[in-house]
Design a protein around this ligand. Sequence first.
Ligand code: FES
Ligand SMILES: [Fe+2]
Length: 424
Amino acid sequence: MLTNDENELLTQTNAGTPMGDLYRRFWLPVMLAEEVPTVDCAPARVNVLGERLVAFKDTDGRVGLLDARCPHRSTNLFWGRNEESGLRCAYHGWKFDVNGTCVDVPNAPEGATFKDKITAFAAYPTQERGGFIWAYLGPKESQPPFPEFEINRVPDSHRHITKVLLRANWMQLMEGELDSSHVSFLHSRVDKGENPLAARDRMQGAMFSDATPTWLFKDTDYGIMLGARRNGEDNKSYWRVNQWLMPSFTMIAAKPGTPVHLQIRVPIDDKSSIFYRAIWHPTRPLTDKERWDAEHGGVNFPEMIPGTYLPKENMDNDYLIDRASQRTTSFSGIKSVPAQDWAVQEDMGGPIVDRSIEHLVSSDAAIISVRKRLIKTARDLQEGTEPQEPQSGSRYGVRPIDLMLDEQAEVWDGAREYLEAKAW
Ligand code: FES
Ligand SMILES: [Fe+2]
């Protein structure tokens, strides 16, 4: 249970709020690279951390990310023309380059000199890496090194990213993934049929037979390693070691040799978020089956409404819940596994959950430890102590792992060789 102040601190990400300032110390994936696929392509809207921005790839292949309001009379530069190394406003033709410099004011005789007084309201540095456009929205003097996620080092053929727009605060979405015990309920079946997650990976069967994981945590330079232990077969312990990387990156355990998962939430504003689900294989292209699974197979990823990032199963249609199936087959009655998560995450008394009325138990320990670290880091920053985590960019190249260990084995020892992103 949190105080109202703590709840507010965790959920608000506009500039000038404690969490908003903390977010503005990190490189964030603000859009897919495919949204600005070629030089001089159509500009794209980017809404992030309460800011309305526009992105464009200029004639030289540089990606500009500007405040969307034109400095002349504030119309959205999204309507503009991306031409000859700059974005030209559709309203009266003012033109800006990727640095936000005004290079043309053609609708007034004084324009030739007046333009030198004008810049975009904001122009943020970007990098195209790993299938994303990353941006840094913070103060120039605090710009950290680039986070070396493994996905940024593999070629296109080795990775797949899904982008989804969810209507809830980023933190409650992320808490859904720091919550290992829900898997044994929300994603389970009530008949004797095989659970799709257990079927995907036999070892995960333990996840459904033991609904009361115990937790071990290890603080790291970049976040927290979260070890959830369950009873496995033959007196073994089944460990899932997930990674939480500040501020909103989680890596979900899968066994060695299989694709690595990274899930990211980037706040659009306090009530909606972009969710990315990225998978990659470190050493080979994804197989057709892995790619298909990532798109719609495996755990039944829901389809999107064409031309949008909105899932077809969503709040407006109660995620197509099937109450007959809920009685006889599936614990939730919602077909796709991600939509099961979204239903419970988006509908927690609204898009911003009130954590002052919750009742936590021991299986919520991971949520508690991540909240504490975020609250402390955000408060420290308010008092002038810059966060260490973004400076540890080279340490972001880690993996999660799930594995069976002898009952007495120490999990951090047993998992160590799998947790660094290096060749298998
Ligand atoms: S509003 Fe953009 S040029 Fe006038
Ligand atoms: Fe889930």
